[in-house]
Design a protein around this ligand. Structure first.
Ligand SMILES: [Zn+2]
Length: 95
């Protein structure tokens, strides 16, 4: 399981259900686009529950996030406000 926003990986879970129990978001929407998968830190920092009950990118971050695709490993965010929001939620990333 890898977070498409920050690229963090967890190997301790093998199924989506287990990941969700750990606080991961299995999919969310950025505008009309459905995107998988976000870690707990990114979920907390960047996502919110939308009107339909689906997870979506908070308005202030919509259109600003870069998403990793399968082939690439490093695509850190261009926008410092996104970086700061995630780091505040996961201080361990500073190491
Ligand atoms: Zn993340």
């Amino acid at each position: 399981m890898r977070c498409v926003i920050c690229g963090i990986r967890i190997s301790t879970v093998s199924t989506v259900d287990e990941a969700i129990e750990e606080g991961w978001t299995s999919y969310f929407y950025d505008g009309q686009t459905e995107i998988e998968v976000a870690c707990p830190a990114c979920t907390h920092a960047l996502l919110q529950e939308g009107e339909e009950g689906e997870m979506e990118v908070k308005k202030e971050f919509r259109g600003k996030l870069k998403y990793l695709d399968e082939g690439s490993d490093e695509a850190w965010q261009d926008h410092s406000e996104v970086v700061m929001a995630v780091l505040e939620n996961e201080p361990g990333k500073l190491n």
